[in-house]
Write a protein that binds this ligand. Sequence first.
Ligand code: NAD
Length: 472
Amino acid sequence: MSELKTQLLVIGAGPGGYAAAFYAADLGMQVTLVDTELNPGGVCLYRGCIPSKALLHAAKIVSESRDAKNFGITFNEPRIDVDKLRAWKNDVVSKMTGNLGLLAKSRKVAFIQGKATFIDSKTAKVQKVDGSSQNVRFDHAILATGSRPIPLPNISDSPLILNSTTGLELQTIPSSLLVVGGGYIGLELGTVYAELGSAVSVVEMTQGLLPGADRDLVTVLEKRLKTIFKSIMLGTKVAKVEPTAKNVKVTFENPDGKTSQETYDKILVAIGRKPNSSDLGLENTKAKVTPKGFVQIDLQRRTTDPAIFAIGDIAGEPMLAHKASHEGRVAVDAIAGKKTVFEPKAIPAVVFTDPEIAWCGLTETQAKQENRTVAVAKFPWGASGRAMTLNRTDGLTKLILDPDTQRVLGMAIVGPGAGELISEGVLAVEMGSVVEDVKLAIHPHPTTSETIMEAAEGFFGHATHIYRPKKS
Ligand code: NAD
């Protein structure tokens, strides 16, 4: 068997792995990147962030064309060519992953399509897609193998039971769809299918959608979701799922303990993801895995094996692409001998529903759990001129502040475009801004970004567009 020597082996080419590999190559390292797909991209590009956002864009056009009747523009019901929509989405994915392949080549990153497993702390075996295998000896390795959907237990396989991967394939638009799990994926994909014509029901076992997110944000989203979903069942368990050739019979255990049954064309399971940490030969190294399946790491993302680093979903929550990319750069800096640690104060989270929900830094929910006293400055989008011109006043912007120092500890927004706006909060938190900095920064008019400045003004009791004098 041939043996390849490399300075840095990166296993897994998602936004964590390819960002790390490219950065390492930019720093002059000789890099080998291994992934089972034809090109870099990982779950995010092939069956996650990117295809879902393409479909959510299509869904938004459908909903905006419907909303336009409120200001005198009426369209006919949209005719949806699923094959064309699927082809467009697939084209977005193949263009982006193809470009990443070219970027890898330009940087002289050796990309191998195959599956890597560790033989020892310095060697991995790569089983290539053509059936051959190759040993790769490395000085350092970065493990970035991501995560996979958790299936519902004790359910036989059926083409009528979708997960995030098969849901994104958009084979058909079922006339009825049950989404199991009211988290990120369930609500995003539920929105896509609802806007494309499915009667979507969502079942969530906890008492509210998006557990962990601040309730005042979720309330705004839930109000609109109720207009596009057939039903939202909270505090409800899925007791039994019985797929037949034509449909799926589901038994629910309702909050009152009673059971009920319903039949759906398809169901989509989105109840969380688990790290891909098994079958990697980690037992042949000194790296350790936690009981939850995450690879144990230190602040530089180094595992308990000094030559091996781990980043992204496999290294712990939150399972977000941008957190993985950042960790990748930290790991590479550590390997390059630079002084570095992973210590973000604000990792932004965005739920790409309509309206979007985004937050960063400290949330009110987290402050409550930690018994921390915070000041909260809010600005409702009903008072935003830009929101009115968009006919979308269903939004809220809030700043979470240290009551003593007035430092911005977190920011949270619900409203169309919240995902784009949240970066200002990340910068404010990371730069150690105080609320007055945000107040004094001139924001362009008319934009929804002004709601951030006006929330800051509101803290002092003089937001221009709301009258809420500060209590002395
Ligand atoms: P999630 O953790 O966001 O939501 C899962 C939901 O399913 C939870 O609300 C949970 O209470 C519920 N649930 C669990 N078991 C259930 C059951 N048996 N019946 C009913 N409800 C049940 O997980 P997800 O939506 O699968 O997403 C996985 C991860 O992917 C997330 O943690 C997120 O980090 C990432 N993600 C991010 C984005 C984004 O950034 N926009 C989008 C999609 C996914």
